[in-house]
Design a protein around this ligand. Structure first.
Ligand SMILES: NC(=O)c1ccc[n+]([C@@H]2O[C@H](COP(=O)([O-])OP(=O)(O)OC[C@H]3O[C@@H](n4cnc5c(N)ncnc54)[C@H](O)[C@@H]3O)[C@@H](O)[C@H]2O)c1
Ligand SMILES: O=C(O)[C@H](O)COP(=O)(O)O
Length: 401
């Protein structure tokens, strides 16, 4: 079996993939049509931020699994993967500490103007007067949008810095907020109004597009710091540029609209050039520790897929199928029994969806559960029951809507 690794990946973990008996094509930097062409003969594709467009799934008929060696899957056409029956999995949480560390690096950098200090020294200037203007983080309020793996890691660090931490997240319950030792805001706007630092950690999706809106940015107090280490799409970028130009708030961002996907490119960002903005080059996950953890997790996923047929961290399995009924058939474990059951389902013109066949100890009997998209007629059940030498019991249950 072949695996294509189309982004940087630690050498030692490429060896672990080979140790699983796979042929590994290590081709970082592949893009677009070249990626689709290279994926033609592989079963597994591993990527970081490289885009995986629909074309890959159209061309690579043997592809079974795409692993995002990272957190965000917005760079993969997951809809196309699902339409072609390809599993997509990621490595959630494995780079959370690295992103939280960068978030704090940015927070401190903005408060103490560290990059400007360095730049002035390099230009031969001493300016203690200007660079002494800092407010300090202790006792200040940080608002965290998205309390998943990264948001929680940021909260933990903010508490250690003696900050007041308030969170807003889609599923942040009062209990979880209490467990994290933070306060909970009722809305994003309410959070923004009290945040001297607002930091965002939500995935890019149709739901989060422009979540940090013009109104949210305008609600930030004068002199606030806005930090984005998630994705550019979660912010109204036009409004952010206007706010940053005005200089009413400071901005630190690791992500940009239309940022290059690869390692090196020329890139001109209006936002990144402004004096109140500190930009980094989408390096949130780029520590050796995080890349090691991500690669280990990738190898674990490949191992389980190869040896157990399961896909941990899969992001595109239907949470619920449209099936309304479940056929339960307890049967003798013999050749052809399931084929006969499915033939009866086919003859009734019903679509079988999820199927699970469980074998009992001793391998004499099994229980097969078949989800059906419509109610089968009584004749179909009778046809199955009629094969008494194969069938022990047949039942039909209606599934909860
Ligand atoms: N800069 C980088 O290098 C870097 C590295 C890793 C991750 N990221 C980005 O950070 C994102 C978050 O990563 P994570 O590991 O914390 O993911 P996560 O899934 O653990 O957490 C995401 C959180 O966002 C919340 N959320 C989702 N939709 C929301 C909405 N509409 N409103 C409010 N809250 C919502 C979820 O409930 C969850 O708590 C990733 O999806 C990725 O885009 C960037
Ligand atoms: O979602 C992620 O994990 C990050 O954006 C990291 O992207 P990278 O693997 O390209 O650094």
């Amino acid at each position: 079996m072949r695996v294509l690794v189309a982004d940087e990946f630690p050498k030692v973990h490429l060896e672990s993939l080979r140790g699983l008996g796979l042929t590994v094509d290590f081709r970082p930097g592949l893009k677009g049509d070249a990626l689709a062409e290279a994926a033609k003969d592989v079963s597994i594709l591993v990527v970081r931020s490289t885009e995986v467009p629909a074309k890959v799934f159209e061309v690579a008929k043997g592809l079974s699994l795409v692993i995002r060696a990272g957190a965000g899957v917005n760079t993969i056409d997951v809809k196309a993967a699902s339409a072609h029956g390809v599993f997509v999995a990621n490595c959630p949480g494995q780079n959370a500490i690295a992103v939280a560390e960068l978030t704090f690096g940015l927070m401190l950098a903005v408060d103490r103007h560290i990059p400007d200090n360095v730049a002035a020294l390099r230009q031969g200037a001493w300016n203690k007067k200007r660079f002494s203007q800092a407010r300090g983080l202790y006792g200040r309020t940080v608002g965290i949008v998205g309390l998943g793996a990264i948001g929680a890691a940021v909260a933990e660090r903010a508490l250690a810095f003696g900050m007041r931490v308030v969170g807003y997240s889609r599923s942040l319950s009062a209990e979880r907020a209490k467990a994290l030792g933070i306060e909970r805001a009722e809305s994003l706007l309410a959070l923004a109004r009290q945040s001297e630092v607002l930091t965002v950690h939500v995935p890019a999706s149709s739901e989060t597009k422009g979540l940090v809106s013009r109104q949210v940015l305008a609600a930030l107090p004068d002199g606030a710091v806005f930090i984005n280490t998630s994705r550019a799409d979660v912010v109204d970028n036009e409004a952010l540029l206007e706010e940053a130009r005005r200089g009413r708030i400071s901005v630190a961002t690791d992500v940009f609209p239309d940022e290059p996907k690869g390692g090196e490119a020329s890139f001109h960002s209006e936002l990144g050039k402004l004096p109140h903005v500190y930009g980094t080059h989408h390096i949130g996950a780029s520590t050796e520790q995080a890349q090691d953890a991500i690669a280990r997790e990738t190898v674990r996923l490949v191992d389980r897929f190869l040896n157990e047929g399961v896909v941990p961290n899969c992001v595109n399995i239907a949470e619920k199928t449209p099936a309304r009924y479940q056929l339960i058939v307890r049967h003798h474990d013999r050749v052809g029994v399931l084929a006969n059951v499915l033939d009866a389902v086919r003859q009734a013109g019903i679509n079988a969806q999820e199927i699970e066949n469980t074998i009992f100890e001793g391998a004499q009997a099994a229980c097969c559960k078949i989800q059906l998209d419509s109610k089968p007629p009584e004749e179909m059940l009778e046809r199955i029951r009629a094969r008494a030498e194969e069938i022990i019991f047949v039942d039909l249950v209606e599934l909860r809507a």
